[in-house]
Design a protein around this ligand. Structure first.
Ligand SMILES: NC(=O)c1ccc[n+]([C@@H]2O[C@H](COP(=O)([O-])OP(=O)(O)OC[C@H]3O[C@@H](n4cnc5c(N)ncnc54)[C@H](O)[C@@H]3O)[C@@H](O)[C@H]2O)c1
Ligand SMILES: O=C(O)[C@H]1O[C@H](OP(=O)(O)OP(=O)(O)OC[C@H]2O[C@@H](n3ccc(=O)[nH]c3=O)[C@H](O)[C@@H]2O)[C@H](O)[C@@H](O)[C@@H]1O
Length: 390
């Protein structure tokens, strides 16, 4: 038994159980290295990327896109039960079939993160792990503090200590615009009026990442995603839960603003978001620190990634009805005071100029792809209300 195996084993023994179980020694270390290794490919950029939240909706799509073009990817995800963990496990299997290994662990586990950086000199971190969802923040506020504040700081500490320091691209949110009513939302608009604790934690994330950029020279890019949807999506989101209920013949609740005004979102298709994430990774300049010390100024960037054409929630429902070929049973109620904002609308000039970001999928085309995936994943056949997974 080699010395390196012994020291590694003692690390595993003193760490959490899930880590020991999922890591399992040198074999797993080899898997991490293999997954992180960039492949020779004309389209790959030779990056080794640590993707947090890799078993999540956006994390899965970005990890696949990076791997497909030849970059190295290692995922980390805690597979929490905010929504059906079996969907996260299915995404993990999909990733494994493309050579992406996902470590089961929490971003609050600094020892796990330090070990990952020991094994692989990651060039980039794509940080997507978070407690998402606007309305759930009223039910479980602690989960937002755990993942979006404490977890973020633990991750930044690991990145700052890593040698080389990675460049960080991370998911903020359109929700930081909160009660801002100047449209379309531009990165220069005020973001000091969050309407939910979720939004407040994302805004805090923007300030926290700025601190690490300022003190330690970490290269930071924050991306404000606007209501992302698509295949392998999130069951807690309206387009997904509406689809489930419509197919099961159950009613859906459609929120409406004051004075009967429809709510609207700048729904953005997942493939467009993936392009924005990869564009951000490709254009991110290096962090400047070493050994936890800043050696020079590093870039701090923030971009909107939206679709620039808001659609009302009733229109979302009618597009779903068309693709599902089923009429929805709708309960329309006034928006409860639950953290929702009446509308979102992205100005994407900055992302277009600096990342080459150009969304190409409208809501009708995107929902058609989502419905196709949903029917297949949940085992529906056209004209039947039966399915195998639900
Ligand atoms: N989907 C959207 O519409 C949208 C819009 C704006 C911002 N965002 C942000 O984009 C990111 C990705 O969102 P998503 O839609 O893929 O959500 P998701 O919930 O599908 O993915 C997040 C993943 O992170 C994991 N995770 C959560 N806390 C963790 C922790 N402490 N340690 C390790 N893993 C943890 C979860 O298990 C999940 O798999 C999130 O940061 C979210 O806040 C999403
Ligand atoms: O852009 C963002 O930053 C946010 O986008 C989404 O949040 P949201 O826009 O609220 O997305 P949905 O939960 O899918 O809601 C979409 C619209 O449907 C409405 N809705 C939702 C649920 C419901 O039962 N009925 C209903 O009318 C909401 O009020 C909202 O107007 C994500 O869930 C957040 O994680 C993300 O941060």
């Amino acid at each position: 038994m080699t010395a390196s195996y012994l020291s590694f084993q003692s690390f595993v023994d003193t760490s959490h159980k899930y880590f020991a179980a999922s890591w399992g020694g040198l074999h797993w270390e080899r898997q991490i290295r293999a997954s992180a290794a960039p492949r020779r490919s004309p389209s790959g950029s030779g990056m080794s990327v640590l993707v947090t939240g890799a078993a999540g909706f956006v994390g899965t799509h970005c990890s696949l896109a990076l791997r497909k073009r030849g970059d190295g990817v290692v995922g980390v995800d805690n597979f929490n039960a905010y929504y059906d963990p079996s969907l996260k496990k299915a995404r993990k299997s999909l990733l494994a079939s493309h050579g992406v290994f996902v470590v089961e662990g929490d971003i609050n586990d600094g020892r796990l993160l330090a070990k990952l950086f020991d094994v692989v000199p990651f060039t980039h971190v794509l940080h997507l792990a978070a407690q998402a969802g606007v309305r759930y923040a009223m039910e479980n506020p602690a989960s937002y503090v755990h993942s979006n504040i404490a977890g973020l700081v633990t991750l930044l500490e690991a990145c700052k200590d890593a040698d080389p320091q990675p460049a960080i691209v991370w998911a903020s949110s359109s929700s930081v615009y909160g009660l801002n009513d100047k449209v379309p939302f531009s990165e220069r608009d005020r973001t000091d009026q969050p309407a939910s604790l979720y939004a407040a934690t994302k805004k805090a994330g923007e300030e926290i990442t700025h601190t690490y950029n300022h003190i330690y020279g970490l290269s930071i890019t924050g991306l404000r995603f606007f209501t992302v949807y698509g295949p392998w999506g999130r069951p807690d989101m309206a387009y997904f839960s509406f689809t489930r209920n419509i197919l099961q013949g159950k009613p859906i609740t459609v929120y409406r603003g004051k004075d009967h005004v429809d709510l609207a979102r700048d729904f953005t298709y997942i493939d467009d978001i993936v392009k924005g994430c990869l564009g951000s990774l490709d254009t991110a300049r290096k962090s400047t620190g070493t050994g936890g010390k800043k050696r020079g100024p590093a870039p701090y960037r923030i971009f909107n990634l939206g679709n620039t054409s808001p659609v009302t929630v009733p229109t979302l429902v009618s597009i779903l009805e068309k693709h599902l070929r089923v009429k929805a049973k709708k309960n329309v109620i006034e928006m409860p005071g639950n953290g929702d904002v009446p509308f979102t609308h992205a100005n994407i000039t900055l992302a277009r100029e600096q990342l080459g970001y150009k969304p190409t999928t409208n809501l009708d085309a995107g929902l058609k792809k989502f419905v196709k995936w949903y029917l297949s994943y949940y085992g529906y056949t056209r004209g039947s209300s039966k399915n195998s997974r639900q």
